[in-house]
Write a protein that binds this ligand. Structure first.
Ligand SMILES: NC(=O)c1ccc[n+]([C@@H]2O[C@H](COP(=O)([O-])OP(=O)(O)OC[C@H]3O[C@@H](n4cnc5c(N)ncnc54)[C@H](OP(=O)(O)O)[C@@H]3O)[C@@H](O)[C@H]2O)c1
Length: 246
């Protein structure tokens, strides 16, 4: 369905979850792939699995999206590339009443400023015709208790998507965002542990599609945004109809 031959895709947050699924699909579509994330062992295992499946070497580096210098250096090492996919970040769910300034600033440093500066530093290394894909989430449009930081950050990044689409246009680059709904990835184990199953059941009962999402469904969205040269400035919800829940 997708032909990415001759293209290079860089995924920060590519060792598991939606980022890994996107890297795998891009590789299967013929792209050269580079991945980064924080945990070296998981990253090495992911690169090895991708390489085994795709039959091509996969470039990788352990880093945090919060470390702007490390991200900029990795992007320079990957140059030239076509697409920059940015799912990797960390925001802990916290009730507003329990927040403090350090926690709020850390959330923005990871999920807003991380991808924001990665796009800024990456654009000089990207070939015309390429694109940036941010990842936000449904919390921007439909509140979930405990996710006030997610709501603020997602809303800010959704707004940035439209502004950056204009500013990246002279470079021949597009900017789009995937806004996932509740999706079965390792993130849910990290955030909710075994309680995730209760959460899955509650959401499945209310979502129009009657189930929660998969990493591959979000990756398919990212593939569409990278492949379709007529789409820019869009925030695409891959969420099973989350906003329509009664
Ligand atoms: N899953 C959901 O239900 C859901 C719902 C709404 C929105 N989203 C958003 O969708 C995106 C992808 O989510 P996901 O569920 O696939 O899992 P995820 O936990 O966000 O991350 C998966 C990948 O990102 C890496 N990562 C995490 N924090 C990082 C950091 N600070 N710097 C660099 N890499 C980092 C992880 O590896 P390491 O841990 O080794 O770094 C892993 O490779 C995220 O932005 C998430 O907030 C997810």
């Amino acid at each position: 369905m997708f032909d990415f031959a001759g293209r290079k895709v860089v995924v920060i947050g590519g060792s598991y979850g939606m980022g890994y699924a996107t890297a795998r699909m891009a590789l299967e579509a013929g792209a050269e792939v580079a991945i980064a994330a924080r945990t070296p062992e998981k990253l090495a295992a992911a690169a090895e699995a991708l390489q085994a499946g795709g039959g091509r070497p996969v470039q990788w580096r352990a880093l945090s999206i919060e470390d702007r210098a490390a991200v900029a250096s990795f992007l320079a090492e990957c140059a030239p590339f076509d697409h920059l996919v940015l799912p990797g970040s960390t925001v802990r769910p916290v009730l507003y009443a329990d927040l403090d300034e350090a926690e709020a600033a850390a959330a923005f440093a990871s999920k807003f400023w991380g991808p924001f500066w990665a796009a800024f530093d990456g654009r000089a290394h990207m070939r015309r015709g390429g694109s940036v894909v941010f990842f936000t989430g449904v919390a921007a449009r439909r509140p979930v208790k405990g996710y006030v930081m997610g709501a603020c950050i997602n809303g800010a990044l959704n707004a940035a998507t439209r502004s950056l689409a204009l500013e990246f246009a002279p470079l021949g680059l597009r900017v789009n965002t995937i806004a996932p709904g509740l999706t079965d990835t390792p993130l849910q184990d990290i955030l909710h542990g075994h309680d995730k199953y209760e959460r899955y059941a509650a959401y499945s009962a209310r979502l129009p599609v009657g189930r929660i999402g998969t990493a591959e469904e979000c990756a398919l969205g990212a593939m569409f945004l990278m492949a379709n040269g007529f789409v820019t400035g869009q925030v695409v919800g891959i969420d099973g109809g989350h906003e329509c829940m009664p």
